[in-house]
Ligand binder design. Structure first.
Ligand code: SF4
Length: 227
C-alpha cells in the first residue's frame, strides 16, 4: 500500500499539466470508447433546443421532455411562432422553464429571420442567439457539425478539470481557455464528452469514488475530497 502511494505521487509530479492532460485523455478514450452526446435529437435545431433545456437539468430529464416537444414543434419555423404558454408547459419539468421557453423561441425567430432557418455553424453567429453561450455553441458545433471550436465546459467538466488540477479558475470561459491550451484541438469535444461520463460514473460531485478511479495516479485531489 505504501509503495503504491509513493508511485502515485511520483507519476503525477513527474509530468507537466499538458502531459497529464494527454494521458488522462488516452485513459478516458479507453474507458469510454463509445461516449457520445446523450441528448436525443434529429436536427441541429433540435440539438440546440435540447442543449438550452439541459442547463441546470439532467440530460435524462431533457430526453423525457423533447419527444412531445419535437412532435408538436419539430423545427425553428414552428418554434418561432409557437404559443409561448404551450411551449412553457412542454418544457416546464426541466426547470427555469419560462426563461428557457422565451430563449428557445427568440433563438428560433432569429434563426428563421437572420439565418435562413439554418442553425449557424460559426461560433460568433451562434453566440448572437438569445440564451446561447459558449457551452451550448460548442455542443452544437461539435455534435451537429463536427467542428471543434472550443471545449464544452459543463458542471462535470468544470468540477473534474479543477479536481485534476488542470485549471485553477472558477469561471467556465477561463477554464475552457486553460483546457484549449492543454489539449489537441481535434480532441476538444472528445475530452468533454468523456469527462462528463467519468463525472457521472466515478467522480461525482459529493462523493468521488477515488478508490475505483482509473485517473487517481494523475489526480492531485485523489482521496482528499470528503463528502
Ligand atoms: S481520483 Fe478522485 S477526485 Fe480525482 S478524478 Fe478520480 S474520482 Fe475524481
Amino acid at each position: 500500500m505504501g509503495t503504491k502511494i509513493v508511485s502515485v505521487s511520483t507519476t503525477r509530479k513527474s509530468l507537466s499539466n499538458k502531459q497529464r492532460a494527454l494521458e488522462i485523455l488516452v485513459r478516458l478514450k479507453r474507458l469510454y470508447p463509445d461516449a457520445t452526446c446523450s441528448l436525443n435529437y434529429s436536427t441541429p435545431v433540435q440539438l440546440l433546443v435540447a442543449t438550452i433545456l439541459s442547463a441546470q437539468c439532467t440530460d435524462e430529464r431533457v430526453n423525457k421532455v423533447t419527444p412531445a416537444l419535437f412532435a408538436r414543434f419539430p423545427d425553428a419555423a414552428t418554434l418561432a411562432i409557437a404559443d409561448l404558454v404551450e411551449l412553457e408547459n412542454l418544457v416546464r419539468s426541466t426547470g427555469f422553464y419560462r426563461n428557457k421557453a422565451k430563449n428557445i423561441q427568440a433563438a428560433c425567430r432569429m434563426i428563421v429571420t437572420e439565418f435562413d432557418s439554418v442553425v449557424p455553424n460559426q461560433m460568433a453567429q451562434l453566440l448572437q442567439l438569445p440564451g446561447v453561450a459558449r457551452k451550448t455553441a460548442n455542443v452544437v458545433l461539435a455534435h451537429a457539425y463536427g467542428i471543434n471550436a472550443g471545449v464544452t465546459v459543463d458542471t462535470h467538466v468544470k468540477r473534474l478539470s479543477q479536481r485534476l488540477g488542470l485549471t485553477q479558475h472558477p469561471d467556465p470561459v477561463r477554464i475552457e481557455k486553460d483546457l484549449m491550451g492543454l489539449l489537441p484541438q481535434p480532441d476538444w469535444e472528445n475530452w468533454s464528452i468523456r469527462l462528463i461520463y467519468h463525472g457521472r460514473a466515478i467522480c461525482k460531485a459529493r462523493s468521488p469514488a477515488c478508490e475505483a478511479c482509473q485517473l487517481a495516479d494523475l489526480c492531485p485531489t485523489a482521496n482528499k475530497i470528503r463528502a
